[in-house]
Write a protein that binds this ligand. Structure first.
Ligand code: HEM
Length: 134
């Protein structure tokens, strides 16, 4: 399989994993529905949220490995990966320790992860171009 396909699957997984959050926010800002079907969808997305995060950690790693020809180097993709890895670690620690700071960190790191994905897509080789790290 082409590494680009795995890259786009990783993007889709990040969008799915974050969907309970942005669907709720979208509802609050725009259509403001209390429809049971919508609330049920959010409920069903909760376990999918966790599975999508774990799949993202595995698939993005294979994607990066293949994209760099069988190595993992410092790259904008690697930064995005680290962002999401930290997001997952904070999510797991919130799940077990119920620490509100971990939950806040989980959300902030998810946002940073998305910003890093954008950098990775817009300027994949930025670390080389800006800092000479190829
Ligand atoms: C959050 C994790 C990641 C996501 C969502 C992601 C997503 C993507 C996508 C969608 C592409 C294809 C863009 C196109 O169609 O041309 C791509 C390209 C690429 N990715 Fe990733 N990636 C991730 C992690 C990584 C990692 C960990 C590495 C390596 C350490 C990496 C290295 C690359 C490289 C070298 C390319 C090709 C850039 C080019 O020359 O066009 N990615 N990535």
């Amino acid at each position: 399989m082409d590494f680009r396909v795995l890259g786009w699957i990783s993007v889709a997984l990040a969008v799915i994993a974050s969907s309970p959050y942005w669907l709720k926010a979208l509802n609050k800002w725009t259509f403001k529905t209390k429809d049971k079907r919508f609330l049920n969808l959010i409920k069903r997305l909760r376990p999918i949220h966790k599975a999508a995060g774990i799949l993202l950690a595995a698939i993005a790693l294979v994607h990066g490995w293949m994209a760099l020809g069988g190595r993992i180097g410092l790259h904008t993709g690697f930064l995005a990966y680290l962002g999401f890895l930290l997001t997952i670690i904070l999510g797991i620690s919130f799940y077990y320790a119920k620490d509100r700071r971990a939950f806040k960190g989980h959300k902030v790191m998810a946002l940073i992860g998305f910003l890093l994905i954008m950098l990775h897509l817009i300027r994949p080789w930025a670390l080389g171009e800006w800092f000479g790290v190829w």
